[in-house]
Design a protein around this ligand. Sequence first.
Ligand SMILES: [Zn+2]
Ligand SMILES: [Zn+2]
Length: 84
Amino acid sequence: MLELRPNCECCNRDLPPDRTGAYICSFECTFCADCAREHLHGRCPNCGGELLPRPQRSAAALARHPAATQRIHNPQGCNKVLSA
Ligand SMILES: [Zn+2]
Ligand SMILES: [Zn+2]
């Protein structure tokens, strides 16, 4: 099951689990659409994997299987890609 992390690892923006606009890699590193496209060019800065749109989870499913609440903020990883 996907963790559905609550924020972008680069810019710390909120990414609600029931909305579009979040991108994840196969390890569920999570980014907003702006960072994924503009800064990271579709590559995860942590593992080098492809970033793809995260599927939404409906409110009913969220009630049974809540999204993760632990925020992961790792702007260094994003800066590394920017200067590479
Ligand atoms: Zn972001
Ligand atoms: Zn990753």
